[in-house]
Design a protein around this ligand. Structure first.
Ligand SMILES: Cc1cc2nc3c(=O)[nH]c(=O)nc-3n(C[C@H](O)[C@H](O)[C@H](O)COP(=O)(O)OP(=O)(O)OC[C@H]3O[C@@H](n4cnc5c(N)ncnc54)[C@H](O)[C@@H]3O)c2cc1C
Ligand code: SF4
Length: 402
């Protein structure tokens, strides 16, 4: 595996702004009244306000607006689907092209980090202890808001690091770990306690309910769906989330086949196939419909195509073939019910959807239990999980003050 390929996996691909280019971009903003960009951000990051500050050279004020409104400002700047949210709504689109809101946000979060700006302070401590289960975007946002309100917050997390999908799923070339760590550090500084390597099940949840005044559960979707076909239990057949986690944790020591088939047509499938390719495998996507019908973001599909990765369309999994317990090939059936395809494979990655884990799938909101993020909305975006975490914090504060 060459160093160049590993660099492609580990290093961010996006080019950012500098002060001059950021100011130029901000000067295109129409300073709209009742700005559509701000109305379309689920987390209420308020782009119109921060772009206005930037335009008047108030860098600190612009960075402050972002951090105060969005606890995961750095991560959202990297991975938000702006094209479907703020940038799609931007009034400038009708004139020429939308303001590059995501890139401006990225620039301002970088300035915040570089200049050591600190905006968040707990004004007054309040009585009330809250447990947050899971350390993904929903729980982190909920914990940050509650800590700012002055409450005592503890996060319980199965993994050994915080971030959820940000740390264990999304490819680092799209979301560098230092961006995730910086956002999390701003939350830790408020005194939020993290307890790692602890999986909360129904019995432990009852204990947390007795110990804390309120409990937020934001445990996401960590059980991968598999198709029940012959050969699914062979060595070398893995789930998307296990594959991505292995890549992020073990890097060059991960289990990677020479020939990897990724099954699926969503963003997660695109992340798996780029990971496999960037780490040195011969990687291919196989999807049961046409790529136009696929749920993946068009930019992600284009990124995959630009890397020269083949996308086989309209073939559904039929059987996985193995030798001595390990996968060697996979058979597919054509959508036309006539064609068949057999492809060589050392590794098959199923990226066909996620579900809640058995430990948390039956947890429902009610009483002193609040929920949010992927486990409730069925799997959306980071910014949606942040929004739901913020909303839950407001509900918890209202519940504690009733
Ligand atoms: C590969 C991949 C790529 C994605 N790319 C994008 C993207 O580019 N842009 C975008 O906006 N969204 C993307 N998403 C979606 C986005 O990551 C999620 O919507 C978001 O992370 C949901 O946040 P969450 O807090 O609800 O859950 P998660 O991020 O899943 O976090 C849940 C946390 O809970 C922990 N946990 C689970 N069960 C327990 C338990 N019983 N006890 C204790 N802790 C537990 C988990 O370990 C995890 O840390 C992607 C998702 C995946 C899988
Ligand atoms: S919608 Fe576009 S032009 Fe209007 S305030 Fe927002 S970024 Fe500026």
């Amino acid at each position: 595996m060459s160093k160049v390929i590993k660099k492609a996996y580990a290093e961010e691909m996006k080019q950012g702004y500098n002060l001059r280019t950021a100011m130029e971009e901000a000067s295109r903003c129409l300073l709209c009244h009742d700005a559509p960009c701000s109305k379309s951000c689920p987390a209420k990051t308020d782009p119109a306000k921060f772009i206005r500050s930037l335009r008047f050279r108030n860098i600190k004020g612009a960075a402050e607006t972002i951090r105060e409104n969005n606890p995961l400002a750095g991560c959202c700047a990297e991975v938000c689907p702006y094209g479907q949210l703020c940038e799609q709504a931007c009034s400038r689109t009708g004139i020429d092209k939308p303001i590059e809101i995501g890139k401006l946000q990225k620039f301002l979060v970088e300035m915040e980090k570089r200049e050591g700006m600190e905006f968040l302070h707990v004004e007054e401590k309040r009585d009330g202890k809250i447990a947050c289960v899971g350390a993904g975007p929903a729980s982190l946002a909920c914990a940050r808001e509650l800590a700012l309100f002055g409450y005592d917050v503890t996060i319980y997390e199965s993994n050994e690091k915080a971030g959820g999908v940000l740390t264990y799923g999304i490819v680092p070339s799209r979301l560098p770990q230092e961006v995730v760590d910086f956002d999390i550090a701003t939350i830790e500084k408020l005194g939020v306690t993290f307890k790692f390597n602890e999986t909360i099940d129904a019995a432990r949840l009852e204990e947390l309910k007795a110990e804390y005044d309120a409990v937020f559960v934001g445990t996401g979707l960590w059980k991968s769906k598999v198709i029940d076909i012959p050969g699914k239990d062979l060595d070398g057949v893995v789930s998307a989330i296990d594959f991505l986690k292995d890549a992020r944790l073990n890097k060059e020591n991960m289990t990677l086949g020479d020939t990897v088939l990724v099954i699926g047509g969503g963003d997660v499938a695109m992340d798996c196939v780029t990971t496999a390719k960037q780490l040195g495998a011969k990687a291919t996507i196989v999807y049961r419909r046409t790529i136009e019908e696929a749920p993946a973001d068009i930019d992600e599909v284009m990124a995959v195509q630009s890397m020269g990765i083949p996308i086989i369309q309209e073939f559904a999994p039929g059987e996985i073939i193995g030798s001595k317990g390990h996968v060697t090939a996979m058979k597919f059936n054509g959508r036309d019910n006539e064609s068949e395809l057999t492809m060589k494979a050392d590794q098959v990655v199923f990226a066909i959807g996620q579900a809640a884990c058995d430990t948390t799938k039956d947890i429902k909101a009610g009483g002193k239990v609040f929920t949010g993020g992927d486990m409730v909305n069925g799997g959306k975006t980071v910014v949606q999980a942040v929004a739901e975490g913020k909303d839950a914090a407001a509900m918890i504060a209202a519940y504690l003050n009733k």
